[in-house]
Structures are given as structure tokens and as C-alpha cells.
Ligand binder design. Structure first.
Ligand code: ADE
Length: 220
């Protein structure tokens, strides 16, 4: 898979690209690229934003700037699924992560400032995604959240092949949250571990996990 991040702050991704599971994915053939809107802006002085029509605080990322960046990388027709990160987007969840992980090529567009000209969403992207009902200072962290959830689904990303199979919201758990985990010591400050997990009875362990998983899906 190839993921292109369109951003004004490529350095935000330095840390992300260095993480073990991301490097694993890269070693297995995935590719990450970073595109700075300023590098292809048609405006002078590397300008990318402007004040909003109708007035108001803050600056808005311009549609011609975003279009120029996409054209500079893809030409007339984008081979990527182009996604805008915005708090007003479709909520990101595990199902959407799995859907995106099946794509060969993603373009994640990070907004900044007050927002992004609405014509970007209307004409230039295939999807708009929100990582939660709160406003971040830009789309960079949101893009990393999306990329992280997607990349860990790629073959070779996680060290242990099974670890992404039976985890929260996975198909193996029927879309339910994951069951609780315990490890040594069996007793710590008087806090024990459920007996069944120490029993060696795999069927009972599996049943216990199914029940706990269901309980977590219906809290209270
Ligand atoms: N940009 C700013 N806030 C965001 C959010 N919650 N989700 C996606 N992109 C964003």
C-alpha cells in the first residue's frame, strides 16, 4: 500500500514514520510519501491560505492550492483514494480502517487554520473522515490515527501474525471490543487473575473471553 500525506507540517510525521510497525510495513513493500502544499502552490510567497469570504477569524486553506498539490503528484486523474481529514467528516472506526487497508493507494489531506475551502470536499476528494467529535489544531494527528489503524492491518506490520486478528472490533470477535488481558504476576497487591485463565481449559477460556467481550460492548 502507498499512503501520501498532504500537509504543511511534514516534520510532524518524522516520529510516526520511525515507529516499529510502520517500518515493518515499509520493509514489506508499503510506501509513505509526504507532500507539502507550499511546494506546488500557484500563489507567490508560498502562500496557501486566505481569509474567509463572509468574514470571520482565521485563515482557510485554498481550493486552488489543494488542487495544484494533487495535480503535481497525480496529474489529471488521481489513482489514490483521496481523503480529507476534518472534524465534520464521516466517523472513523475499525470497519472503515479495514476498508481503507484494502486500498492500494491512499491520499490523506490534512487541513490547517480555520479550515479548508468547502470546494475541496465537494470536488477534489472521495471521502471526508473525522477521528472524533473534537477539533484538533490540524489534520496531521488525525491522518496519523487513520494511517496507524490502517497500517497495523497490513501483512508484516505487527510482529505476531495473530495479534491483529483477535483484537477489539475485529471480525474474529464479531465486531465486539476485546476481552481483558492479564499476565504475571498472578497476584499483585492482592489483585488476582480470573481462575479460568489459569485453568488450562481452552474451551472455558474462549467462552469466558466471549462473555467479557460482550459485557464490554454493553457497559452498565
Ligand atoms: N482536523 C481537525 N480536527 C479533526 C478531527 N477531529 N478529525 C479529523 N480531522 C480533523
Amino acid at each position: 500500500m502507498r499512503i501520501d500525506f498532504f500537509t504543511l507540517f511534514g516534520e510532524w510525521f518524522d516520529w510516526f514514520g520511525g515507529q516499529r510497525h510502520v517500518r515493518n510495513a515499509l520493509e514489506h513493500g508499503s510506501e509513505l510519501r509526504y507532500v507539502n502544499y507550499r511546494d506546488s502552490t500557484p500563489l507567490s510567497g508560498r502562500q496557501v491560505d486566505d481569509s474567509p469570504y463572509g468574514g470571520g477569524a482565521g485563515m482557510v486553506l485554498r481550493v486552488d492550492v489543494v488542487d495544484a498539490a494533487l495535480r503535481a503528484v497525480y496529474g489529471e486523474d488521481s489513482p489514490a483514494r483521496v481523503i480529507l481529514l476534518t472534524p465534520a467528516g464521516r466517523p472513523f472506526d475499525e470497519r472503515l480502517a479495514a476498508e481503507l487497508a484494502a486500498e492500494p493507494h491512499l491520499a490523506l489531506l490534512c487541513g490547517r487554520y480555520e479550515g479548508v475551502d468547502e470546494r475541496v470536499r465537494a470536488h477534489l476528494v472521495d471521502d471526508a473522515i473525522s477521528v472524533g467529535p473534537y477539533v484538533l489544531s490540524g489534520g496531521e494527528l488525525a491522518a496519523m490515527v487513520v494511517a496507524d489503524a490502517v497500517i497495523r492491518k497490513l501483512p508484516g506490520s505487527l510482529g505476531h501474525a495473530d495479534s491483529a486478528v483477535e483484537e477489539s472490533f475485529s471480525a474474529a470477535l464479531g465486531g465486539l471490543p476485546e476481552y481483558p488481558h492479564y499476565t504475571r504476576p498472578a497476584s499483585y497487591r492482592g489483585w488476582g487473575v480470573p481462575e479460568v485463565l489459569l485453568s488450562g481449559d481452552h474451551a472455558k477460556v474462549a467462552e469466558w473471553r466471549r462473555v467479557r467481550s460482550r459485557e464490554r460492548a454493553e457497559p452498565g
